[in-house]
Design a protein around this ligand. Structure first.
Ligand code: ZN
Length: 454
């Protein structure tokens, strides 16, 4: 297919009148040309966004935990309600929720998702005969929606530091190391059957695993794929940092780097509470910081030091995590606004080469997201996978409307969805803002939601 773009955002910046040649899901060539030489033409084309952190089932829980209890609500009370909610979910429910979510993601411009998947067992906590039964539901949801999937089965063993016994709310998450490695083997086999998918692992957190668990799980997944992505929740809450200090005598990021070989295929989710030294260690290691601005705000986590981290050439990706919001635009807006509120300054997340905050954030996050999933995505360039978005130029025409300002207008100035068409792996999955399964999926999802909350 030859796609003519009047304007396309390449790694080097906005470029006019380009023909993008796409074969077998990949970009084969990008050349100057005219509209007559192409099969189809679009006005404004940008790279698709990677969502580095998702717990799909939590989409069904969005909005259920926003009622005050006299200042006593916290991450931990939210988690209790979430556990009660997920105890009822069947395998089919999980697939439907993920399918609804992934269609919503595509419509807003996410072309790939890293699913931090920890709901493994049946409702009563018993493992399925096939350990990957719940994982298969996620693969099916990704296939039906058309989104690219990086599946990260979660290793979850303990309720807290010091190998505390899991509680009842956690029984669907728990695996021995042997079971977990078996699950990984099954997921690699499944991935071969589903296009545009890959597999990594996610040791849940330092509190839910120990050093030996992490080492064994990493060694196993790396024996199957040397570049397999490894994600971990690291320092989301101050209490987690305090518990880690009490148990190990070190802060979470500090302990991780002192004990585990962290490389560029690692993604540290919610490195919210870090010292300057920890921040520099992260940036130097080349690992990705996985930041989820709307969820971190919603749960009252804290603010990641994004300005300083970018100043140190740290790599960052964004995720929608609890799905209280499913929109990369809102994540990036909050990423910048949290810094402005904190520092009482403006236009902080940019550099001299890319002074547009919107463009800088979009490109950095898409490339960081690609790295966090070990996939050949995140940029429109020769040899990359054809994951791209067409923006609605009619809506953007109502705001600062030139290439230098388009992504600023998109991220800061409008609440309209400007994503018009979405291509994943060379296939159009959203056209004129519509997904072919959206009506049916939404109807079934709303019915399920009503029954779950009855
Ligand atoms: Zn998470």
């Amino acid at each position: 297919m030859k796609l003519f773009a009047h304007h396309v955002l390449l790694p080097t910046g906005w470029t006019q009148n380009q023909i993008i040649t796409i074969e077998n899901g990949a970009i084969e060539a990008i050349t100057s040309g005219s509209i007559e030489q192409a099969d189809t033409s679009k006005q404004i084309v940008i790279p698709g966004m990677v969502n580095c952190h998702s717990h799909a089932f939590q989409r069904a829980f969005a909005g259920f935990s926003e009622q005050g209890s006299e200042g006593n609500d916290s991450f931990w009370t939210w988690r209790k309600i979430m556990y009660q909610f997920l105890s009822k979910l069947t395998n089919d429910d999980a697939q439907l929720i993920a399918q609804q979510l992934y269609i919503e993601m595509l419509k807003r411009g996410y072309t790939r998702v890293a699913e931090f998947h920890y709901l493994h067992h049946a409702e009563n906590g018993q493992p399925y005969r096939e350990l990957s039964t719940m994982a298969k539901a996620i693969f099916d949801a990704a296939k039906n929606s058309g989104i690219g999937l990086t599946l990260l089965p979660v290793l979850y063993r303990y309720a807290g530091f010091g190998e505390q016994q899991p509680n009842d709310g956690q029984r669907r998450f728990i695996n021995s190391i042997e079971q977990f490695n078996q699950l990984i083997d099954e997921c690699f086999s499944l991935s071969e059957q589903y296009e545009n998918t890959n597999v990594g692992i996610a040791p849940h957190s330092l509190r839910a695993t120990n050093k030996s668990d992490i080492e064994q799980a990493v060694a196993h997944v790396r024996s199957k794929d040397a570049n397999a992505p490894i994600h971990i929740h690291i320092a989301e809450q101050q209490q987690e940092v305090n518990d880690c200090l009490a148990h190990y005598g070190e802060r979470p990021v500090e302990w991780l780097y002192n004990n585990i070989d962290v490389d560029k295929h690692w993604c540290l989710i919610h490195a919210t509470h870090i010292t300057e030294k920890e921040r520099k260690t992260m940036a130097d290691s080349g690992a990705v910081a996985g930041i989820c601005p709307t969820t971190e705000a919603n749960l009252g986590d804290g603010i990641f030091p994004t300005t300083e981290y970018f100043g140190e050439q740290g790599v960052l990706a964004i995720g929608s995590d609890s799905h209280i919001s499913v929109d990369p635009v809102e994540e990036l807006r909050w990423l910048e606004y949290a810094q402005r509120l904190d520092k009482q300054q403006r236009a902080l997340l940019a550099d001299n080469a890319t002074p547009s905050v919107g463009q800088y954030l979009w490109q950095q996050s898409a490339q960081g997201g690609a790295q966090s999933t070990s996939t050949n995505t995140g940029e429109i360039a020769v040899g990359k996978q054809a994951d791209l978005l067409v923006l609605d130029d009619n809506t953007l025409a109502c705001y600062a409307n030139s290439p230098a300002h388009w992504l600023d207008s998109l991220i800061f100035a409008t609440n309209d969805n400007c994503v018009q068409d979405v291509m994943v792996n060379g296939q159009w999955v959203i056209e004129n803002g519509k997904h072919p399964l959206e009506v049916d999926t939404k109807q079934r999802f709303s019915k399920l939601l009503a029954s779950l909350s009855a």
